[in-house]
Write a protein that binds this ligand. Structure first.
Ligand SMILES: [Zn+2]
Length: 164
């Protein structure tokens, strides 16, 4: 990114966040040459892409990360707020380190790294589901229903939802 003040092409990213309902990434940058700060907004076409193992791409989504973490932390003594914070930290880390593309594997590994420091059980859950699906984006989609089914099986049947 070229500095708007001195035009040198040597900047660093201070922090990044997704804004406008996921339609843009705001990056606060600083120029390593003149030391001034500036902010960039990257629109949809510049939005970080996740490359899956099958080589297809999809938009990066913090919501998916958060959903996967929440499923892994199910019934653990972890506040919803802490999970949100964790997802935000993972997002910030990814946005600061990957400008255009991140692989689903890298996202999965990061989630595991962060979870390991928070809760061992959640980490193992996440890791086992992640490894068996071997795709970080898919496992997020798969993890939630699996844990929900387990939760349901433990509860008494109170509805007639299976009648159809
Ligand atoms: Zn500059």
């Amino acid at each position: 990114m070229r500095c708007p003040y001195c035009y040198s092409d040597n900047d660093g990213v201070r922090d990044s966040r997704i804004v406008e309902d996921g339609k843009a990434i705001r990056r606060r940058r600083f120029c390593n040459h003149c030391r001034r700060r500036f902010t960039t907004y990257e629109r949809v076409e510049g939005l970080l892409q996740v490359r899956k193992r099958d080589q297809t791409h999809q938009d990066f989504s913090r919501v998916k990360i958060e959903r996967g973490l929440r499923a892994a932390c199910w019934k653990r003594k972890i506040e919803a707020e802490e999970i949100q914070k964790l997802a935000a930290e993972i997002e910030a880390h990814i946005l600061d380190n990957y400008e255009k593309e991140v692989t689903s594997e890298e996202i999965g590994n990061l989630c595991m790294e962060f979870l390991r420091d928070v809760d061992q059980v959640a980490f193992v859950r996440f890791a086992s589901v992640y490894r068996s699906f071997s795709d970080a984006q898919d496992f997020v989609d798969e993890l939630t229903p699996i844990l929900k089914i387990k939760a349901k099986a433990k509860k008494k049947k109170t509805s007639k939802e299976l009648d159809s």
